[in-house]
Ligand binder design. Structure first.
Ligand SMILES: *Cc1c(COP(=O)(O)O)cnc(C)c1O
Length: 340
């Protein structure tokens, strides 16, 4: 039994999900003739109380499309220093949109309305890049799956509106936040101009993300997706997995959160671990004591059938997910206590 905790993207479709995929009605989605894709897009748009949505092969492409929609070359995007769009999208903000990021030194990947406001360049000061967009990430990945305080998001929304800025949510793991905080997609749909969500993380799909916005924005997004090479043909096989996951895999995210919190409690008691960051959802970030070799530790676990990942600067990460069973959980808790 291998226990893979490197990410919640490692899941494979369940037999029931595969069945839904096999039975999908498909067509050519580049001509918008794929029933299953159209169904998923309508479903997600409705969930968020927005006019429209667009299916994407990846969250990165959905985010990059949103950034392109909100900016012109030379503009600046405000985001946290730990943001996925800044750290993990291959420099796409500059490659695709010709923009730079103004990084906020936030806490666990999250920042305040006051910090957002202070990061805006005065629009008539032509020496500085023109601020065009504020981008948030919920849950915050490098922040250890941290959930935002919704009232702070409302305040940042006000800052964005008062300064005529776009407002984008990287909601790759928004589902986890919704389940954990008892929030609704509509709450987010009301505040953000554009929202990207991943189907391929906690929801357990093999592929897929969705960008949600108003009709006009999604119409423009269609062209950008095409330019980025993201127009897919019989994508309904993938979209059907998404529809299945939204119907069947949402509530169970709470189980991933419970397991993550149990792991955290165990890690806190181990003397070779220096610190465990607070655990809000399905991501656990922890640090080994300084005298313990990170690579050696990871190799030892690997030999015992457990895969974890280093995030750099001594940060280690564990992510619980759909394919991490209760049996694996018991085994992992046993192994980690005796590894050194
Ligand atoms: C995973 C992730 C994405 C998108 O990643 P893809 O692998 O391109 O689907 C975007 N933002 C965050 C915060 C993520 O964790």
């Amino acid at each position: 039994m291998r226990i893979n905790l490197i990410s919640d993207t490692v899941t494979v479709p369940t037999p029931q999900m595969l069945k839904a995929m096999f039975e999908a009605n498909v067509g050519d989605d580049v001509f918008k003739k794929d029933e299953s894709v159209n169904h998923l897009e309508r479903k997600v748009a409705e969930m968020f109380g927005k006019e429209a949505a667009l299916f994407f092969p990846s969250g990165t492409m959905a985010n990059q499309t949103a950034i392109k929609l909100h900016t012109n070359p030379g503009d600046q995007v405000i985001c946290d220093k730990d943001a996925h769009i800044y750290n993990y999208e291959g420099g796409g903000v500059s490659f695709n949109s010709g923009v730079s990021c103004k990084l906020i030194d936030g806490h666990r990947g999250m920042f305040t309305a006051a910090q957002a406001k202070a990061a805006i360049n005065p629009p008539d000061f032509y020496h500085s890049p023109l601020t065009a967009l504020i981008a948030l990430e919920n849950t915050a990945n490098r922040g250890g799956g941290a959930c935002w305080d919704f009232s702070e998001i409302e305040k940042i929304h006000t800052v964005a509106r008062e300064n005529d800025l776009g407002f984008h949510l990287d909601g790759a793991r928004l589902w986890n936040a919704l389940v954990e905080k008892g929030e609704t997609p509509e709450q987010y749909g009301k505040l953000f101009d554009t929202i990207s969500v991943c189907l391929s993380k906690g929801l357990g799909c093999p592929v897929g993300s969705v960008l949600i916005a108003d009709e006009e924005t999604i119409h423009k997004a269609l062209r950008i997706r095409k330019i980025l090479g993201g127009g897919m043909r019989q994508a309904g096989y993938l979209a059907a997995a998404g529809t299945y996951a939204l119907d069947h895999h949402m509530k169970r995210l709470a189980e991933d959160h419970d397991k993550a919190k149990e792991i955290g409690k165990t890690l806190e008691q181990l003397t070779f671990i220096k610190n465990v960051e607070p655990i809000d959802t399905n991501i656990i970030i922890f640090y080994l004591q300084d005298d313990i070799d990170e690579q050696g530790f990871l190799s030892k676990l690997e030999a015992l059938g457990i895969d974890l990942i280093g995030m750099g600067s001594g940060k280690l990460r564990i992510v619980t997910h759909l394919d991490y069973t209760t049996k694996m959980h018991q085994e992992f808790l046993k192994v980690i206590q005796n590894v050194l």
